[in-house]
Design a protein around this ligand. Structure first.
Ligand SMILES: Cc1cc2nc3c(=O)[nH]c(=O)nc-3n(C[C@H](O)[C@H](O)[C@H](O)COP(=O)(O)O)c2cc1C
Length: 325
């Protein structure tokens, strides 16, 4: 399939694997790129720029296809060494960066000078327009359904994507709630040039996370996610578990006086215990409503081939057949 996204990134299929904390290691990114999509290493999961440089090297040993690195700009008290991470990306010869969180404007000159394509992930049309204005090459439009941080506007993709298509000139991918060929065809119909998936890629053989995490996604329905940290205006969609129930109880109790410290036990530093050790109640972890559409743990290549075959069948048979009829 050829779209503005496959052309921009030099990939075979318009499918991107979004950066995911403690999931987006070289192994998954390389598997996605080898299967014809765009794999993305999660920059901040690597504790230092040197560790990221090693991970980039590992990815290059596993694939000769294009892959990217995610850099998430968070409102953190102790800001990560962003100049160091950016240097590791440039020195490593990475050609695509997925930015997320705060506006990446400050880092655009360095990235552009190195010939890097920037795709910014955002949850609102106004942020997408800002990304276009500061020179991003593409955007990833993350609807309210998405796993992780859906923002505070709560606009689902059925509205958000056509709104983005009305306003943007640069290509964009649909993100949030994407799982299969139906998602891809719908995303294209709504004006996107491809799709970005998070949760779906966790439930694959190559995702380097504990099997408990994959099985939790397979077992979950579309009713099993919750929004946490809304009172802090840092909303995150997570899979419900004991820690999330405790967290929500605390939010109800404390109301507007809630501070991050009140819930830190349930959210800070919990990812290694969940993703690597498989302690499923250790804390809150991002997961999309799309869990309700995930029923197996295929290889990445099986997943991507299946999506493309299903999309092809939908367009050529179901949709074309309806027109013919
Ligand atoms: C476990 C998990 C961790 C994530 N971590 C990050 C992250 O560190 N940075 C980021 O920009 N997005 C992160 N995301 C968001 C994904 O890149 C993607 O935008 C989102 O999962 C899309 O929604 P979906 O899960 O419905 O496919 C994460 C998502 C999940 C499920």
């Amino acid at each position: 399939m050829k779209t503005r996204i496959t052309e921009l990134f030099g990939i075979q299929h318009p499918i991107i694997q979004g950066g995911m904390h403690f999931v987006g290691y070289a192994r998954l990114a390389a598997a996605v790129s080898n299967a014809g999509g765009l794999g993305i290493i999660t920059g901040l999961t690597q504790r230092t720029p040197a560790a990221l440089a090693d991970e980039i090297r590992r990815c290059k040993e596993m694939t000769d296809k294009p892959f990217g690195v995610n850099l998430t700009f968070l409102p953190a008290v102790n800001s990560p060494d962003y100049p160091g991470y950016i240097n590791a990306i440039i020195e490593g010869g990475v050609k695509v960066v997925e930015t997320a969180g705060n506006n990446p404007q400050k880092w655009m000159p360095a990235l552009k000078e190195a010939g890097i394509k920037v795709i910014h992930k955002c949850t609102a049309v106004r942020h997408a327009l800002k990304a276009e204005a500061i020179g991003c090459d593409a955007v990833s439009v993350d609807g309210f359904e998405c796993g992780g941080h859906p923002g505070e506007d709560d606009v689902p993709n059925f509205i958000l994507l056509p709104r983005a298509a009305e306003e943007l000139s640069i290509p964009f991918v649909a993100s949030g709630g994407m799982a299969d060929g139906r998602s891809l065809v719908a995303a294209l119909a709504l004006g996107a040039d491809g799709m970005n998936m998070g949760t779906r890629f966790i439930a694959t053989k190559e995702a380097p996370v504990h099997d408990n995490v994959k099985q939790a996604i397979v077992a979950a329905s579309e009713l099993d996610t919750r929004l946490v940290m809304r009172p802090l205006r840092n909303t995150e969609r997570v899979l419900v578990n004991d820690a999330v129930k405790r967290l929500l109880e605390k939010e109800r109790e404390l109301g507007a006086s809630l501070k991050f410290e009140d819930i830190a036990n349930e959210v800070a530093g919990v990812y290694p215990r969940i993703m690597l050790e498989g302690e499923m109640d250790a804390g809150a972890w991002s997961c999309g409503m799309v869990a309700g559409l995930i029923r197996d743990v295929p290889t990445v290549k099986e997943l991507i081939d299946r999506i493309m075959a299903e999309a092809d069948g939908l367009v050529r048979q179901r949709l074309a057949g309806m027109l013919a009829g």
